[in-house]
Each structure stands twice: as C-alpha cells, then as structure tokens.
Design a protein around this ligand. Sequence first.
Ligand SMILES: *Cc1c(COP(=O)(O)O)cnc(C)c1O
Length: 367
Amino acid sequence: MNVPLLDLKIQYKDILDEIREEIEKVFISNRYILGPQVKEFEEMAAKYCQCNHAIGCASGTDALVLALKALDIKENDEIITTTFTFFATAGSISRVGAKPVFVDIKEDTFNIDPEKIKKAITPKTKAIIAVHLFGQPAEMDKIMAIAHEHDLKVIEDNAQGIGAKFDGKIAGTIGDIGTLSFFPSKNLGAMGDAGMCLTNDDDLAARLYQLRVHGENPQYFHKWVGLNSRLDTIQAAVLKVKLPHLDNWSEARRKNAQYYYKHLNDVKQIKLPVINSKVISIYNQFTLIVENRDGLLEYLRKNNIGCAVYYPKPLHIQDCFSKLGYKKGDMPVAEQISQKVISIPIFSEITKEQQDYVIEKIREFYL
Ligand SMILES: *Cc1c(COP(=O)(O)O)cnc(C)c1O
C-alpha cells in the first residue's frame, strides 16, 4: 500500500468542474489583477473567520511582512516569536529590518511558552508573533494579557490554523492582525501561492489595502513604501470554490486524529500530540514525539508511507541568524523536540485502510 503525506488529487476530483468554471470567468473577464473574485473571496473569508476585514495578498509570508509594516515595525525594533516554526515567521521580521527575539516552546503543545515571553521583553520590544503550530492555537489568553501589560502588538501567524478556535474565538482574529497562508499543503490550499491578513481594526485594514499596492493612495501617490503583493484573481477563484468545504475537511482531519489516538495510545515509545482543553485544533499536521525518530522515518518511507520532520532545526540556531548571537543549548525544549518529531499522514481523504496500514507499520516498528 502507498500512503502519501498529503494527496490533493482526491480533493480536486470532487470540485474540479466548479473550479474550472470559476477560473474561466476570470479568463473571459480579462480582469486579472484584483478582479471581482478577490473581493468576493475576501468577504467570504472575513465572514468565515468572523472578523471585520480580510485582505488578500500573494502569500502567507507576505501577509506577515504586510502585518509588520502595517504595525509600523522598523529597524531596531524587537519582535518576540517562537523558535519552533516555519522559517517565514522569523524571516519576515528580518525582512522589515527588525530583530527576531526567539523564545522556547512547551513540549506538550509545541507552541510558544508564555512564561518565557515575559523574560524576553526589553524596552525595544514592539510586538509578539504567536504561531498556531500544526493547527493548534497558542495560549492566546496569556499572550494577550502579557501584550496588554507591556503595550505590545500581537500578530497571529495562523498559516497552519485557519478555522481553529481558542476559547471559542477564531484563531487569527484575537490579536491585532492575523495572517493566513493558502499554500497548497495548508488546510485551505490554493493552486499556487496565496495569503491573507485578518483584522478587526479599520485603520489597520486601510493600511494593509494600501501596503499591498506599493503603499499608494490615491494611485501614484505614496505615503509609505509597500509591496506588490496582491491575491491573484485566479487563486481567489479557486479559493472561493474551496472555502465552503473547509469545515468538512477539517472535521475529517479531527476524526482521523481520533483514530490515531485510539490505536497508538498504548505504544510507550510514542507521545501523541496534546491538545489544550481550550482549543479546537484543525490538525494541519499530526505530529508525534517518538524514540528513534530517524529509524521510524526510514522504516515508514521504506514501506511507502509519507512522513516528514517539521522542523529539524529550530530557528535560533539557523546559519542566517548567527549574528543574533544564539547558541546551541539556549532553547533546550525546541532543540530536543526537533530531534524527536515526526508528522504522519492526516489529510482529510485518507482511507481507513490507509490509516490502519500506517498504524500497523508504526506498531510493527516498536512492538
Ligand atoms: C506556510 C507558513 C508560512 C508561509 O506561508 P507561505 O504562503 O508559504 O508564504 C508562514 N508561517 C507558517 C507557520 C507556515 O506554516
């Protein structure tokens, strides 16, 4: 049997006709840049996320850069974030000239440790970027309390958590700005790159709309230096068709997660992901902490099971950040976890037979 880590072909089979129709409308209209589908999708996304504004842009990475610029983050500002995340979270901080300040994570949820945020705050700290890793929101109650106390802005990097909830609130709408990615492997994936900023603040929304078109308003008059980062109209057309299915897809992932919990629960060499009781996760990844990780990785791949390591090296010890002065041992939890994590297939359309096969091979390896 063959079980890929993610199989998008099945998902597209059901909606391909509808997608074709929507894309054809774009071709016929000739309105390729910020065509009507962009606004339509932005309105749908704002409604889905229960927030006032959803501003489309070219990628989840650009969404972070736009968010930082909208909050007026500049050179020498310090931005606190987790060391255990996809590179873009911190890369975007450097891109606006600011300094990433890394914080270690909690071992059970993989998310940033609020206690350690407090210790990282200095007079130069301007904002916190919380990441909702693998589809599980970070502890936003504690993070918002810290931000209020120290007068800091909060960006939620919600690239992996669209539709997830913390305390009943939709992830990405709790801080000042939330960002989304529609990279194909996220729960809501486009057919290329695409991203979005969410905010309830009218002024921030107005800035974000301008920043994605070179900071212009009106046309050819520039108050600040922005980006060329629009949500492509064809991608908006695809996303419009896909969004109404998202809740079903995420629910299927939660069911698949329950199946793994039930059938891997007794394997002592495995720690299953812990979900905070205040949270509804969308399981963008199902990530285990295991003994002999590299052995398991090789064994599963040999048996045609797709799996991956998210992430093999925390950001504070990446070469490109060596100037920041961190060294090995500074973030012990993330450093150890990165040697022990493995993500296994959890996509919505995985069959029971495929999941049974994954379970069987993992059990075979350890028992
Ligand atoms: C995917 C991802 C991004 C970047 O999104 P792109 O659309 O690929 O630019 C940023 N942060 C996190 C946590 C991600 O997983």
